[in-house]
Design a protein around this ligand. Structure first.
Ligand SMILES: Cc1cc2nc3c(=O)[nH]c(=O)nc-3n(C[C@H](O)[C@H](O)[C@H](O)COP(=O)(O)OP(=O)(O)OC[C@H]3O[C@@H](n4cnc5c(N)ncnc54)[C@H](O)[C@@H]3O)c2cc1C
Ligand code: FES
Length: 281
């Protein structure tokens, strides 16, 4: 069992959870993730390590409630059944920051994608790199951890779909206007957003790194659930990724695979809501 210190709502659909997981924290690097389970019979949920403190062994994740398992997570009060990780590879730039010292880097985050972006920008900021961030969401109250990201980035641009904060429009509108400032773009967020960023960077011949977030089961390269097609070849996001060259990813296939269990997931979510409501009584 893993002690939970905090599990609080931070936006209409997102939560911040703080977990005591000293072994995971000890080896964590920006870009890696953990797989958590609320209870013994719960589904396994991959979540990026959003922040960690090696002194007290606290690991933080930010999760958006989109289905049965993330709904169940909101009811966790004192402990989680399991936390496995760190899993996956560290971000390419964070793994070797000196190599990128003279590069102009921009991170593009969409929605809860700011959770994986934050530890990377913070890590690079501490090593002297100046990183710009473009952060977009549907509306102003869905922009997360603004104070934290603003503290570690060089410059930040905001975009909202409804124009309630920052530029009225998409992150790619801002990126395209400013693309000449950058050598490398890292995009983390919904697959359609990463696809759009990959298209813009390809047009201007800029390097693009994306972080894939497919369905996952074991997280150890055994089950094949997280298969992505990279340059026509199968790769597993859990062991070969989660980051890949954005110009080589088959995003259309990734979006198709994400919808495989859509109907079953919707039924399960309704069942979970009823079960949790009953347990609460
Ligand atoms: C490496 C990795 C890191 C991740 N990090 C985070 C994170 O830090 N914070 C966070 O909120 N989420 C993160 N995710 C996504 C998170 O794991 C899923 O949102 C969660 O597993 C959904 O479970 P569910 O049962 O609540 O929803 P489900 O019932 O499984 O899904 C509900 C709906 O969302 C879609 N969906 C399912 N999985 C995903 C997904 N991975 N991405 C987008 N849509 C999905 C389904 O197609 C379905 O329509 C990460 C995923 C991966 C692979
Ligand atoms: S989650 Fe099973 S192979 Fe990646």
């Amino acid at each position: 069992m893993y002690k939970v210190y905090e599990n609080k709502q931070i936006s209409p659909d997102s939560y911040l959870m703080e977990i005591e997981a000293p072994l995971s924290v000890k080896k964590a690097l920006p870009g890696q993730f953990v797989i958590v389970m609320a209870k013994e019979d719960s589904e396994r949920i991959p979540l990026t390590i959003y922040d960690y403190n090696s002194k007290d062994g606290i690991l933080k994740v930010i999760y958006q409630v989109i289905g049965a398992s993330t709904e169940e997570l909101t009811y966790v009060k004192k402990e989680l059944f399991s936390v496995a990780g760190p899993l996956g590879n560290a971000n390419e730039i964070c793994a070797n920051p000196d190599k990128f010292m003279n590069k102009r880097i921009c991170y593009v985050a969409g929605g809860v994608g700011i959770a994986p972006v934050y530890p990377q920008v913070k890590f690079l900021h501490r090593r002297g790199l100046k990183i710009d961030v473009i952060y977009g969401s549907r509306q102003a109250n869905m922009l997360l951890i603004r104070d934290k990201i603003e503290r570690v980035c060089n410059k930040i641009y905001y975009a909202t779909d409804d124009g309630s904060f920052g530029t009225h429009g998409f992150v790619t509108d801002i990126l395209e206007k400013n693309i000449h400032h950058y050598d490398i773009v890292v995009a983390i967020g919904p697959i359609p957003m990463m696809k759009a960023v990959a298209e813009v960077t390809k047009k201007y011949n800029k390097k693009c790194i994306v972080s894939m977030n497919p369905l996952m089961v074991d997280g150890s390269g055994m089950c094949g659930a997280c298969r992505c097609e990279i340059e026509g070849k199968p790769k597993f996001a859990c062991v070969d990724g989660p980051e890949f060259d954005g110009h080589k990813v088959n995003f259309d296939l990734a979006m198709k695979r994400m919808k495989i269990y859509k109907e079953e997931e919707a039924i399960k979510w309704e069942e979970m809501k009823k079960r949790l409501a009953k347990e609460k009584k």
